[in-house]
Write a protein that binds this ligand. Structure first.
Ligand code: NAD
Ligand code: UDP
Length: 340
């Protein structure tokens, strides 16, 4: 499989995956409606790889946009990053989330089928495990118990994909459950560029480092963990990007539906992450202890054996690499992709 359609390809994870694909000589076509990303990302991709992917400004909910792409390009496989992803916003605007993420995925799959494209990779999330009964989790753990509409869109789409693979054996589907992607491209040219006040830990910390926010608020230090803060499995976005290449290769074996957790297998606390960023910064980062955030689970990190054994995926980078690259991106681009 050589020709890959990347939906949401100018977004954070999509752009890093596109770079990985282009470096490995895949042909890449992107569709993105630019609701949460900028055209400038294409310049940065070109600067890093020396190649400019074909770009369509369009929406995965729009059948004409999709059929035009499938008519104009011989696509072998679709990686679906397109979707809305802000947890808090999803609580306030559930219909927008169900419509964009679930309806979008269904329209995309229908148009794929019409155009005889049967290989699909889906960006799911560790959030589908809800509050796991124990850690590390593996792919056989029960899913459900999501605590917000965003997470529930991931859960529902997974179910839809399993039903589809069952009903239509031509489809080959890889569900990737990402743990916590952070970091940036080591060049400092691409990284995470959230709108407004960041919801997530790493971009919040780098905005404190660059002077845009006063201090990090740590959401609770009374959890049942060694230092009292929550534990997550942070994975470098470039490692995650490579995971998609492993998934494409797996789909070549016509596996039906397969599911992999993508993480490092190591749990890190909020303080571990803060200290990794302090190391990159060379000085302390101001913080305060705040109330627990609703919906946060105490600990979630993954077993890595299945992905390692079945698709040869193994993360290379540790949290110090993630912090170094995220800081390098933020300090070189204090306003993200905004024109200076
Ligand atoms: P992102 O917002 O940076 O990228 C998503 C891209 O999709 C954006 O460029 C946006 O403009 C585009 N988009 C949104 N709706 C669209 C539509 N209907 N049609 C066309 N384009 C559309 O997000 P990201 O962090 O790169 O995440 C990519 C995917 O991975 C998402 O599906 C997200 O839910 C999932 N995911 C992300 C994380 C994370 O922590 N970042 C964790 C688990 C799963
Ligand atoms: N967190 C925090 N302060 C922030 C943002 C996040 O203490 O400003 C904590 C959050 O409570 C969680 C961890 O950092 O324990 C990771 O949160 P994030 O939103 O990045 O990812 P999640 O695992 O919730 O998807």
């Amino acid at each position: 499989m050589k020709n890959i359609l990347v939906t949401g390809g100018t977004g954070y994870i999509g752009s890093h995956t596109v770079v990985e694909l282009l470096n490995l000589d895949y042909n890449v076509v992107i569709i993105d409606n630019l609701s949460n990303s900028k055209m400038m990302v294409l310049d940065r991709i070109e600067k890093i790889t020396g190649k400019r992917p074909k770009f369509y400004k369009g929406d995965i909910r729009n059948r004409e946009d999709l059929s035009k792409i499938f008519k104009e390009n011989q696509i072998d496989c679709v990686i679906n990053f397109a979707g809305l992803k802000a947890v808090g916003e999803s609580v306030r605007m559930p219909l927008e989330y169900y419509e964009n993420n679930i309806y979008g995925a269904v329209v995309l799959l229908e148009e794929m089928k019409k155009n005889n494209v049967f290989n699909f990779i889906f960006s799911s999330s560790a959030t589908v495990y809800g509050d796991p009964a124990s850690v590390p989790v593996d792919e056989t753990f029960p899913t459900g118990g999501t605590t917000n509409p965003y997470g529930t869109t991931k859960l529902f789409i997974e179910r839809i994909l399993m039903d589809l693979a069952h009903a239509e054996p031509k489809f080959n589907i890889c569900i990737l459950r990402y743990f916590n992607p952070i970091g940036a491209h080591p060049s400092g040219l691409m990284g995470e560029d959230p709108n407004g006040i960041p919801n997530n830990l790493a971009p919040y910390i780098t905005q404190v480092m660059v002077g845009k926010r006063e201090k990090l608020n740590i959401f609770g230090n009374d959890y049942d963990t060694p230092d009292g803060t929550c534990i997550r499995d942070y994975i470098h976005v470039c490692d995650l990007a490579y995971g998609h290449v492993c998934a494409i290769k797996k789909l070549d074996e016509n596996p039906g539906v397969v599911i992999y957790n993508l993480g490092t297998g190591k749990g890190s606390s909020v303080f571990d992450i803060l200290h990794a960023f302090e190391k990159a910064y060379g000085k302390p980062i101001p913080y305060a202890i705040a109330e627990r955030r609703a919906g946060d689970v105490t600990a979630n990190y993954t077993k890595v054996e299945k992905a390692e054994k079945e698709i040869g995926f193994k993360a290379k980078y540790d949290i110090n690499d993630m912090a170094r690259d995220a800081w390098n991106w933020q300090k070189n681009n204090p306003n993200g992709y905004e024109e200076k």
